[in-house]
Design a binder for this molecule. Structure first.
Ligand code: KG4
Ligand code: ZN
Length: 359
């Protein structure tokens, strides 16, 4: 199959359904958002304390047509005005991914436009390019989400090196689990973020996991032990203000994430750092990374909050950049729940299935 020949005026219509957001967007030239619609299902999953895959798939089926139609209407466009159709084809929940991939392929078939499948982490990385259209590799990106925590060096478009990853829970998973264990509700990230503003981040000195001074080069993460430490602390000090617990937990996660992001930039000698993924919407993390970057004379690009959590604009951006140098996936393409980041051979997906998020 040959290249599509995308240009700065090529618009990509993209769909994202890897987890519990049903989203569609149109982006021009990989950088300019024309429309972006996100329908979140978090209300449907809240009473279960985590994403239930079957409920997610069913909700995607119910929502997808309306969400795509709304993206076209808000963009003032018809299907014929877009040059390519894209969808997240992994990693993610199998049934959920299939809904978006099938819808995108149906639209491609109906319109005669090419279909391209996009890696979910790669699209999180491209969100920063929508916030700062001048952003170019090389850069170091920290992708922190419900199912993944990755430090990636992007040497060029489509060229990645995984520098670090979580060995157990993802950062977002830790927020969600701790919120659940503290009886705060779901999804935990935004709730803890909000509550932490009223708490003292120095109230409890939780041990910073994987920040051992004897391992100054370590770029991996671990959040499962921290979750246990929070639970034990709660049991031993039931009267302590829960806002202090939330703020201290958040301070610990933020400290580890920001320290390793800067460490990675220093080790790789790369001067630009980028955040991506739902946890990048966290106020404390955003403030800390911005301050650290300024102190270290690094350029930090932190996507607008709505581009951090799952959305389809980032998928369209990633697809446009990929279609510049690779042929479209085509209608034979499927969905791969544990898809490895392109150019690397390792799957980096640790969830979010209901069993891993609720543990
Ligand atoms: O990228 P995302 O929308 O979906 C996945 O790909 O997983 O990330 C969702 C995760 C959830 O764990 C959620 O609790 C977390 O991002 N999150 C946050 C915040 N907003 C969302 N975590 C901390 N602070 C936030 N403000
Ligand atoms: Zn995501």
């Amino acid at each position: 199959m040959s290249l599509v020949g995308v240009t700065p005026s090529t618009r990509v219509l993209a769909i994202e359904t890897s987890c519990d957001e049903t989203a569609a967007a149109i982006v021009e030239g990989g950088r300019r958002v024309i429309s972006s619609v996100v329908s979140t299902q978090s209300d449907l999953h809240a009473r279960f304390g985590g994403v239930v895959p079957e409920i997610a798939s069913r909700a995607h089926v119910e929502l997808i047509n309306d969400v795509v139609a709304q993206a076209l209407v808000e963009g003032g466009m018809r299907l014929r005005d877009v040059g390519a159709i894209a969808a997240t084809h992994g990693p993610g929940l199998a049934g959920a991914l299939l809904v978006g991939v099938s819808a995108a392929k149906a639209l491609a078939l109906a319109s005669g436009r090419p279909y391209h499948g996009v890696h979910h982490h790669e699209s999180h990385l491209y969100a920063a390019m929508l916030t700062d259209p001048t952003l170019e590799p090389p850069l170091i990106t920290l992708i922190v989400s419900g199912g993944h925590t990755l430090l990636v060096a992007m040497d060029d478009h489509g060229r990645y090196r995984i520098l670090g990853r979580t060995v157990d829970d993802a950062a977002g998973e830790a927020f969600d689990k701790v919120a659940r264990l503290l009886g705060l509700g779901y999804p935990g990230g935004p709730i803890i973020d909000h509550l932490a503003r009223e708490g003292d981040p120095t109230a409890i000195a939780f041990t910073r996991p994987m920040l051992d001074p004897r391992e100054p080069d370590n770029l991996d993460f671990s959040f499962s032990g921290l979750k246990t430490a929070v639970v034990l602390h709660r049991r031993q000090h039931p009267d302590q203000d829960v806002a202090d617990v939330a703020a201290s937990f958040q301070a610990c996660v933020v400290d580890v994430l920001a320290t390793k992001l800067l460490r990675a930039a220093r080790q790789a000698r790369i001067g630009t750092i980028v955040l991506g993924g739902g946890v990048a919407a966290n106020s404390a993390l955003r403030a800390r990374v911005a301050a650290d970057a300024e102190r270290a004379s690094l350029r930090a690009v932190i996507p607008d909050r709505g581009l951090c959590t799952d959305n389809a604009a980032m998928v369209a951006a990633a697809a446009w950049h990929r279609l510049r140098f690779e042929p479209p996936t085509g209608l034979a393409g499927g969905a791969t729940p544990n898809l490895a980041l392109p150019g690397t051979d390792r799957a980096d997906f640790s969830g979010p299935a209901v069993s891993t998020r609720q543990g």
